[in-house]
Write a protein that binds this ligand. Structure first.
Ligand code: GLY
Length: 396
């Protein structure tokens, strides 16, 4: 539907209440939640559901992915992880689709004394943060996961870190959004439109100008490149490449692994995420190479080498897919959620490693903002204004 075909209502004639730019899980959940609350909502993306979420492993891992200095982000991640069961049930009901959510837990293991020391440090940090994680001996790890290498020196059992299937999640969000009335504009937004000192929508690649009372920029790693966004509100988001492999566990080998298994092998993280349907995702590289999504021999080699050290049997499995995607990295690895200094323009981007995990919470935060004009307390530390010190001081 073109802007000229829009329904009547409040705001400028022919305008949508909300235009969401970007059709990854963050944009899709924002549009779905906005439409559920009665806002006339359009979403612009040439291929909704087709971005980084097609590549992501879908770990819901606030505890095993905890990093020093990210305690504020931990609170947000935990808040979203807690929402996942009810969110999944609601989304599956609304869409009639399975999302592949699996409350399987995670085992983080160490292969040598350096990795063991690293894991022990992580365990201390987890305990200081009040998180549940149990230290296991190598033998106890292998009892849980018999496919682990004999050399595993110990591990952390985290029963609260789960997984979902991002490909199915985005399909479910697409269906739920359409059922709730979201209009999908299968075009790339090429320019933010502004008038009278506020955002008024976006121009699409085919030249259509889409008017909207509020615009949400949720374009993942591309969020920092949209033309027309004033310099001072352009989000400092950059692409962080991740390469992944998809293997298939044939019937007689199942269950190959019963939970997510991860490790840091000689300083490099690797994880294996087993799906209910027999898919085994192995990820991921972390590369700062701009907008490059080439799958390289070196990336595939690194992942297979490290996965093989951890679980030697992986090299027996059929390799069905190699892929690369772009995480939307931000300067502090945390998302930018909330209004910008340009009235009418909101951000939901920069989720970096946690886009899938933060999908439920982001949907709620943006729905609150779009309908009530305020950001819920738990999201206030993630205001885009934190990267614009002058604006932050004004708001104090
Ligand atoms: N959260 C996993 C990754 O970004 O590779």
């Amino acid at each position: 539907m073109h802007a000229s075909q829009c329904p009547d209502g409040g705001g400028p004639p022919g305008a949508w209440d909300v235009l969401v730019i970007g059709g990854g899980p963050i944009g899709l959940v924002t549009a779905w939640r906005a439409a559920q609350r009665g806002l006339r909502t359009a979403l612009a993306d040439p291929s909704p559901g087709g971005g980084a979420a097609r590549v992501a492993a879908g770990m819901l891992a606030p505890v095993t992915e905890l990093h020093y200095g990210e305690e504020a982000l931990l609170a947000l991640n935990l808040a979203s992880a807690r929402r996942f069961p009810a969110f999944t049930a609601e989304l599956e009901e609304a869409s009639g689709r399975d999302t592949g959510y699996r409350a399987c837990g995670t085992l983080a293991v160490a292969l040598d004394s350096d990795d063991r020391a690293h894991l022990s440090e992580l365990h201390q940090l987890q305990l200081r943060c009040g998180l549940e994680a149990t230290w296991l001996s190598g033998r106890e790890c292998r009892r849980l996961e018999p496919m682990l290498a004999p050399g595993v020196r110990g591990g952390l059992r985290v029963d609260g870190d789960h997984q979902t299937d991002p490909r199915r999640l985005t399909q479910a969000l697409l269906t739920a959004g359409e059922r709730a009335g979201v209009e999908l504009l299968r075009q790339r937004a090429v320019r933010l439109l502004t008038a009278g000192g506020r955002a008024t929508g976006a121009q699409l690649a085919d030249g259509t100008r889409v008017s909207a009372g509020q615009t949400v920029l949720a374009a993942g790693s591309h969020s920092g490149t949209l033309a027309g966004v004033p310099e001072e509100v352009l989000p400092p988001v950059r692409p962080v490449k991740g390469q992944l492999l998809r293997l298939r566990v044939p019937g007689p080998y199942r269950p190959f692994l019963s939970r997510t298994v991860r490790a840091v092998v000689r300083g490099t993280p690797v994880y294996l995420v087993p799906r209910e349907n027999g898919e085994l995702v192995v990820g991921a590289t972390t590369e700062e190479l701009g907008f490059d999504t080439t799958v390289t021999a070196g990336g595939v080699y690194q992942l297979l080498r490290d996965a093989h050290e951890l679980v030697p049997g992986v090299t027996e499995l059929p390799l069905v897919e190699t892929c690369a995607g772009l995480r939307p990295g931000s300067p502090d690895n945390a998302p930018l959620l909330g209004p910008t200094a340009l009235p009418g323009l909101h951000l939901a981007t920069g989720h970096h490693r946690n886009g899938v995990l933060l999908t439920p919470l982001t949907g709620e935060v943006l729905a609150e903002l779009l309908t009530g004009g305020r950001v819920p307390d738990e999201a206030i530390p993630f205001s885009p204004a934190r990267f614009t010190p002058a604006l932050q001081e004004q708001s104090l």
